[in-house]
Design a protein around this ligand. Structure first.
Ligand code: SIN
Ligand code: FE2
Length: 221
């Protein structure tokens, strides 16, 4: 894992011992790799995401219940995540009718370092949180095979992650995610309930207009 992380994803030197990657922080089965991407790596990723956004402009999906989400979204990869009155699902095309752009190399490198070696992800969902945006408690369960983890990258402003158990009635715990953190949601926690209660708008200088970007990498079918 150490070699892959070092060559693939610009792993921040977190351990004084210099013997490899720091152990992730565990929160209810989520593995939180704090500071996985250093600032130059975050900037390179942001640059590649600009191209994704040009090819596939962000939109605000409507939930099956008819509410417009506060988070703006787009995707890269073979599939994009989508929602409307008909339900949550993956679509092979952006609402404009174009295919989704490819997942950027810097993002793929994170999957190769921390994701699952059996397969590359089919979808990189890109979520933009502006001031006041949040993501309600949910499970990621629109994918066919839950043995693959979901890998989540945070860029920009801090976001307050809330994590519960696989049963909605279980209690939750919260943790602030910072720019460059990577969360691996796998194993027994693959179907854990989670959400983002709020962001600290303007807490990071990474995005010139403020806000937070979260990327989630998923194997879909
Ligand atoms: C998500 O669960 O889809 C987003 C998580 C995050 O924004 O950190
Ligand atoms: Fe999620």
């Amino acid at each position: 894992m150490t070699d892959k992380a070092a060559s693939g994803a610009n792993h921040a030197p977190e351990t004084a011992q210099g013997d490899g990657a720091a152990r992730p922080l565990m929160l209810r089965g989520f593995a939180i790799h704090q500071g996985f991407l250093d600032r130059p790596a975050q900037e390179r990723m942001l640059e590649e995401l600009r191209a994704v956004q040009r090819a596939a402009p962000v939109f605000r999906p409507v939930t099956p219940g008819g509410k417009r989400m506060s988070v703006r979204m787009t995707s890269a990869g073979r599939y994009g995540w989508y929602s409307d009155r008909k339900g949550y699902r993956y679509e092979p095309r952006h609402p404009s009718g174009s295919a989704w752009p490819p997942i950027p190399p810097s993002v793929m490198a994170v999957w190769r370092a921390l994701g699952d070696a059996r397969r590359d992800p089919d979808c990189c969902l890109v979520n933009f949180y502006g001031e006041g945006a949040r993501m309600g408690l949910h499970q990621d369960r629109d994918e066919a095979d839950f043995s693959y983890p979901v890998v989540s990258v945070s860029l920009g402003d801090d976001g307050l992650l809330r994590v519960g158990g696989t049963d909605r009635r279980e209690g939750t715990q919260s943790l602030w995610l910072h720019s460059g953190d990577v969360v691996v949601m796998g194993g027994a926690a693959r179907l854990a309930w989670h959400g983002v209660d709020r962001i600290r708008f303007g807490s990071s200088g990474l995005l010139s207009d403020g806000g937070r970007i979260n990327l989630t990498l998923r194997v879909v079918d």
